[in-house]
Design a protein around this ligand. Structure first.
Ligand SMILES: Nc1ncnc2c1ncn2[C@@H]1O[C@H](COP(=O)(O)OP(=O)(O)OP(=O)(O)O)[C@@H](O)[C@H]1O
Ligand SMILES: [Mg+2]
Length: 531
């Protein structure tokens, strides 16, 4: 059944996916070779997660998708049972997806076997049961075997600590949850990994571990990430989705950028030459004269022009929106003071913090997963009481808090309704939505529940900024944002007049905006010296 796909891990032919009225993918084909590491990129909301779901058979599509081997899937939403412990979660097998056809045919046979007429024919019954046994054996081959040895080695590789395993998932930090979810997948015997933004939330150490793991992985990887360093180091091909179509580029991310820029320049030149030629021709035709023979000649030349192949205006497919973040006035130079602050749940995570955050200053906090960064931010925001010490926000201080898990955004309203509630003014609502890239009617009237995670992340940011805070507390603000959106938002932060205190593992972001970098080490906050 799988011959012909021997050297292709994934073969997609004439794939089209439509969601509601929107064409996400239009008649696209691609093959991914065995062992290849492909980065899947494209703007927020373009359909990357939808494509992964189609491969898994979880979204309707037309066309043909065939894959060879056993797939494990890392979901961007890191959806896990919060009541189970880390250990129970890892020991529970990662779901393994195999070529859908086994299951499909098994289902068909089961349906046939329940029919009276078939059961009465011994010959038919024997034939179907034989086929059933063969298929079932094939299917079992594709189920995960979960060797304890492999789990142990993955736990060690990912530096998962014993105490994470004893805790309930609900009591783990976001990064720890991501690591547990990765451990489930890496310890399965899948030979094809579909990873949807696996790098979000990972600390520097784990990013490097995952990078090395994937580089040495013998199987195939199709991975969505906006992390440029990671794409560069791991991928040998890039699949870029744009306007319902995709192009596959061989090479890593830097090679893709070069090829794309060269193609853009070439097309820009061709377009300009063509435009000049057309302009010249039209000008000549308009001055050709009015005698019947000249009119005839003019019509002929017009026809020739119409028949020329159209050279499309090149488009770099950049997210195009401009954003400025306004800050409410504040007189004091210091917006936040932390005095001998100790934060944690049952026991201290970070102790004796004495820190001032000044207006106009951008401070970044880094540190390993699970060290207490989000706990500190939640304590400053007031969701968690301090274990000791004081949080003093200036009386003019207006705090805007961006939660790491987008939890503050759970509504069935549309984007328009959500933002209209603040202004009760249609024009202002549209203008604000446009500031984070929601421009068309179709975009603004989408229900929030239908947004991609990257789009949710942009809306979340807008909701925080609408109130004109003069102090932004941002917990990993660039996770989920596409590369262009990141840049636009980084530039807006650079021009922001309030104070920024942000957690981040995104090196591009840190390099670009940080005035000061702090690190949590051994339960203390220290200045982080950059090399
Ligand atoms: N609701 C909770 N109850 C008890 N312990 C918790 C709870 N939430 C988090 N913790 C624990 O507190 C520690 C710090 O978690 P926190 O979310 O602050 O880490 P973090 O530094 O933000 O990590 P990450 O980089 O993964 O986001 C972790 O060890 C976690 O297990
Ligand atoms: Mg955190």
């Amino acid at each position: 059944m799988l011959e012909g796909y021997l050297f292709m891990s994934l073969s997609i032919k004439n794939l089209s996916i439509t969601i509601g009225k929107k064409d996400i993918i239009i008649d696209q084909s691609v093959g991914i070779a065995d062992g290849s590491k492909v980065g899947l990129i494209g703007r927020n909301g373009i359909g990357k997660t939808t494509l992964l779901k189609a491969i898994l058979g979880k979204t309707d599509y037309s066309g043909e998708i065939k894959f060879n081997g056993k797939i494990a899937y890392f979901s961007q939403e890191i959806d896990m049972d919060l009541k189970k412990t880390g250990r129970e979660t890892i020991e529970q097998r990662a779901e393994i997806h195999h070529q859908n056809e086994f299951e499909k045919e098994l289902g068909e046979i089961e349906a046939l076997l329940s029919r009276q007429d078939i059961c009465e024919s011994h010959e038919k019954l024997a034939e179907l049961t034989d086929r059933y046994v063969v298929l079932q054996a094939e299917l079992n081959k594709h189920q995960a075997t979960h060797a304890t040895g492999k789990i142990k080695s993955v736990l060690k590789t990912l530096e998962i600590k014993e105490d994470w395993l004893d805790k309930k998932i609900g009591e783990l930090s976001t990064g720890q949850r991501a690591i547990i979810s990765l451990a489930q997948i890496l310890s399965s015997d899948a030979d094809f990994l579909l990873l949807d933004e696996p790098t979000n939330h990972l600390d520097f150490k784990r990013l490097e571990i995952l990078e090395n793991y994937l580089k040495n992985f013998k199987g195939t990887v199709l991975m969505v990430t906006h992390n440029r360093y990671f794409l560069d180091r791991v991928c040998d091909a890039i699949l870029k989705i744009e306007n319902g179509k995709w192009i596959k580029y061989n090479g890593n991310y830097s090679a893709y950028v070069k090829t794309r820029e060269a193609a853009f320049e070439a097309q820009k030149n061709a377009y300009e030459v063509e435009e000049k030629y057309l302009e010249n021709e039209r000008d000549k035709i308009s001055r050709i004269g009015t005698s019947p023979s000249k009119v005839k000649q003019g019509n002929y030349r017009k026809k020739l022009l119409e028949r020329r192949e159209v050279i499309e205006k090149p488009d770099m497919d950049k997210s195009k929106f401009t954003t400025t973040f306004e800050a409410s006035p504040i007189k004091s130079p210091t917006v936040l003071e932390l005095h001998d602050l100790t934060v944690g749940y049952n026991k201290p995570l970070i102790s004796n913090i004495n820190l001032n955050i000044c207006v106009g200053q951008r401070t970044i906090l880094v540190g390993d997963n699970g060290i207490g960064k989000s706990t500190l931010f939640k304590t400053i925001e007031g969701r968690i009481p301090p274990l000791f010490g004081k949080v003093k926000l200036d009386h003019d201080g207006k705090l805007g808090y961006l939660d790491q898990e987008l939890k503050d955004l759970c509504t069935h309203a549309t984007l328009y309704e959500e933002i209209y509630a603040f202004f009760e003014d249609a024009g202002k609502t549209r203008q604000q939505l446009a500031m984070v890239g929601f421009i068309t009617n179709e975009e603004v009237h989408k229900p929030i529940s239908k947004l991609s995670t990257g789009e949710k992340s942009r809306l979340n940011l807008l909701k925080v900024l609408i109130k004109k805070p003069n102090f932004l507390l941002l917990d990993e603000p660039t996770n989920h944002l596409d590369i262009d959106a990141c840049e636009i938002i980084e530039n807006a932060f650079l021009n922001y007049e309030g104070a920024i205190f942000a957690v981040s593992h995104d090196l591009y972001f840190i390099e670009k905006i940080a005035h000061r970098v702090l690190k949590v080490v051994d339960g203390k906050i220290v200045e982080f010296k950059r090399k």
